[in-house]
Design a protein around this ligand. Structure first.
Ligand code: SAH
Length: 394
């Protein structure tokens, strides 16, 4: 088998079962592996470390499939995908939703592979050369484990470029047309646009947090900033919010949000197309106030390298949000930046409260729902964190 021999001392993170090998850690490549091939990882002294998928174009040059010496083949994917899907069944999500993440990349031992079930379709992202190499086997494994014959591929994430892979969108199995599908989450119906939706189509990681906002919303004037297709906004309405203003810069997302609001026969809300940074300032200048503000921005810091700029952006929107809140109001604020750790995020929010002259307490911390597990050996998977702050009544 092809081999990657590491530089002396560079086996340490692998021994802690961190699944990535960076290009700078590699001493020598033995054999002649092409992108996606399975390579054996060995320390400088020849010790076996794992078997991995090879991504020669990426800074992350290999991702571990397994820590044992074993064949990576059809049976491997069948077994591991079946395991991931079975884990989801164990927490009985069927009572709550028909939309669930079935495979969550590294944290499920399947680097570069994401699979989200939306009703009777599974949307798949293959993000690495290793995942690309095994696309047929992965597809078959997903069909077998989920019992859903229709697979739709959305391998159009930017990270594919780093792997030297082209964007791929289309049917992996089943109908070639990207029809709209409708899912149910906590009793609310959401339409998913398979062709144009962001990521795989919906942000399933926020399921429990949307539910939490519903529980807090009664009687409140709610602002949902970065609303996408209305996830938090519709939950606030379902929870009896007095009013909802929802803002997003994406026109297609907002038009789907309106469809969703109608489909659920919810009271009217205000859907505003705009830049949240600008709109929050305008609302402040117009002296508008709210009792609950949700901030669920996109990833400002994909990696640690973007942290400073991201910190300024988080500070800015959180400061404005504190200014828009009435006494006793709630700020539900998130960061999905892997590069911003939870303690830093809390510091940023604290700084924002200070500068807004708001007294606030943390009343709850939020994370992703259980179908987005974070493997303890893969802290990079711990990207989504949220805080609910209550602003003191003055
Ligand atoms: N809360 C949503 C998910 C939000 S994802 C849910 O529960 O489904 C982040 C959203 O921010 C995307 O819809 C994206 O279109 C939007 N967005 C990104 N930058 C923006 C900006 N500067 N102003 C307004 N919206 C923005």
């Amino acid at each position: 088998m092809h081999k990657l021999i590491l530089k002396p001392g560079r086996e340490k993170s692998l021994k802690r079962r961190h699944p990535w090998v960076f290009s700078g850690a590699v001493q020598k490549v033995e054999g002649n592996p092409v992108p996606g091939d399975t390579v054996e990882l060995r320390s400088a002294s020849g010790e076996f470390l794992g078997v991995a998928g090879y991504s020669p174009q990426s800074q992350i040059v290999a991702r571990v499939w397994d820590w044992q010496e074993r064949a990576i083949d059809r049976a491997f994917f069948a077994e591991r995908v079946a395991h991931a899907v079975a884990e989801r069944r164990a927490f009985q999500y069927e009572d709550v939703t028909d939309a669930v993440r079935l495979v969550h990349g590294e944290s499920d031992g399947l680097p570069g592979i994401i699979a989200d079930r939306y009703g009777d379709v599974v949307v798949v992202q293959l993000l690495t050369a290793g995942a690309e190499r095994w696309r047929r086997e992965i597809a078959d494994a997903l069909i077998a484990a989920s019992g859903i014959p229709r697979l739709w591929e959305r391998s159009d994430a930017d990270v594919r470029e780093l792997e030297g892979l082209p964007a791929v969108v289309g049917a992996l199995s089943g109908p070639a047309e990207p029809s709209r599908v409708t899912i149910t989450e906590s009793g609310l119906r959401f339409a998913i646009d398979l062709a144009q939706g962001q990521k795989t189509g919906f942000y399933l990681d926020q399921r429990d947090n949307r539910r939490r906002v519903r529980e807090f919303a009664a009687g409140r004037d709610v602002l949902d900033a970065f609303c996408y297709t209305g996830g938090f906004a519709l939950n606030a309405l379902a929870g009896g919010a007095h009013s909802v203003l929802a803002i997003d810069s994406s026109a297609p997302a907002l038009s789907l949000a309106r469809v969703n609001a109608q489909a659920n026969s919810l009271p009217d809300s205000e859907w505003l197309e705009g830049d949240v940074f600008r709109e929050l300032r305008r609302l402040r200048d117009e002296n508008r106030h709210f009792d609950l503000v949700v901030l669920d921005p996109p990833k400002f810091a994909p990696t640690a390298g973007h942290v400073e700029k991201a910190a300024r952006a988080y500070k800015d929107i959180n400061l404005l949000a504190f200014k828009l809140l009435r006494p006793g109001g709630l700020l539900v604020t998130f960061s999905c930046s892997g590069g911003v750790p939870p303690d830093l995020f809390q510091k940023i929010v604290a700084g924002a409260a200070l500068d807004a002259d708001a007294q606030a307490q943390i009343i709850e911390r939020l994370g992703p729902s259980a179908d987005h597990p974070v493997a303890l050996n893969f802290p990079e998977g711990d990207y989504l964190k949220g805080i609910i702050c209550r602003v003191a009544s003055r």
